[in-house]
Write a protein that binds this ligand. Sequence first.
Ligand code: NAP
Ligand code: HSE
Length: 441
Amino acid sequence: MKVVRVGLIGLGTVGAGVFSVLRRNQEEIKRRTGCRIEITTVSRRDLDKARSMVDGAVRVVANPHELIDSPDVDVVVELIGGCDAAREFVLRAIAAGKHVVTANKALLATHGTEIFAAAEARGVMVAFEAAVAGGIPIVKALREGLTANRIQWIAGIINGTTNYILSEMRNRGVSFDAALRQAQALGYAETDPTFDVNGTDAAHKATLMSAIAFGIPVQFDRAYVEGISGLANLDLRYAEQLGYRIKLLGIVRRREGEGVELRVHPTLLPARQLIANVEGAMNAIVVNGDAVGNTLYYGKGAGSEATASAVIADLVDVARLSTSNPEHRVPYLAFQPGAVRDVQVLPIAEAITSYYLRLRVADETGVLARVTAILAQSGIGVGALLQLEAKDVGGDESAQTDLVILTHQARERAMNVALTQLQALPVVLAPIVRIRKEELD
Ligand code: NAP
Ligand code: HSE
């Protein structure tokens, strides 16, 4: 029986999951694949901890170079996270002619072009299913299952930590900080959770999906990124009253003749939609292809064994494909390297979407007319409106109220002009809250 010998760098949340799932399901995997996947070597800096996690048959080394250069390692699995050391280890593995499996979206979204070119030149594979949406096989779906389609757009909840925080805040009234601490304890958050909260992690994943979906280079530096820390409970509640939920979405959209949108931000979604009801650390991704229409992928987007499921699926792919003619392998980013197009990622000012606006206004006659007149001048239509009675807003009961507006679609540039004018009105008493809104139909 063919044996695939694996070197595992990183034995934290995901590394430990890979180890235990492989051990538990080895027989089932062998029945499926006809090969045995064997971890021969592991590496982490804390050697004592590493030794306590593996059995005596597995070699433990502190220096990943030793693992990479070892003749009994055919595939290097990088599970340390971060960019600097990970980049060095991955490039060294590629140079040594080893296939690579990684869960590291930060690495591939920022250094993917260099890494895939090096792998192409050396004829080895770089597999990264676990880098996007944890255990959901979305990379395989986009790269293989949907090959027949021209992908039009993808929108997804692709960060488990932030979805967990929003769900805990909404369903259980847990504070932002407490919910984040819970997400960290459950192993969902990045080593630096700022990347989760400020949208960077979701933007890494959206960047990878845009490349696979549209055949464009990875361009994380062009992504628009906005996280959830500015969200107020009040807006979550108003959105509910209007029949919407707020989720942190990664959105990539093809705009014929113009470029592509690549953006991550809190987004209002109609509460009736399946994706709006995805709770906790679960992820869900809607993909729209011209032939298939909308398809939805749902599952655990983070966590030890769910992510290990994707890492091991990549190991099986490597085992299967390493014996095939490299010309027949599925390209790393779905499109043949020579067919990648340098389509521009549009600046956020060119995005087209609809909006939720909340204006804290003086409770005076004529305010509504002035606000809607400014929107109309910018060509922005109003879809729905909610104005609370002043007494329900708190503070000085008679003085102020909230005006919540849902707009029709508009170009963000036009919305920016309108917002500047609205903010300048003396009756607008606080910074206007603007949250983007999508229907996903
Ligand atoms: P983690 O729990 O922090 O584990 C990182 C591991 O890497 C630790 O065992 C650490 O051990 C080791 N390490 C760090 N630097 C090292 C170095 N220079 N040399 C050798 N070992 C080193 O991280 P994780 O959550 O498993 O995440 C790993 C990767 O998977 C990241 O890229 C992450 O974005 C990605 N990912 C995570 C999840 C998830 O749910 N957690 C899901 C999808 C993808 P020592 O400190 O002892 O060295
Ligand atoms: N920190 C990431 C998340 C892990 O919460 O989604 C999975 O990529």
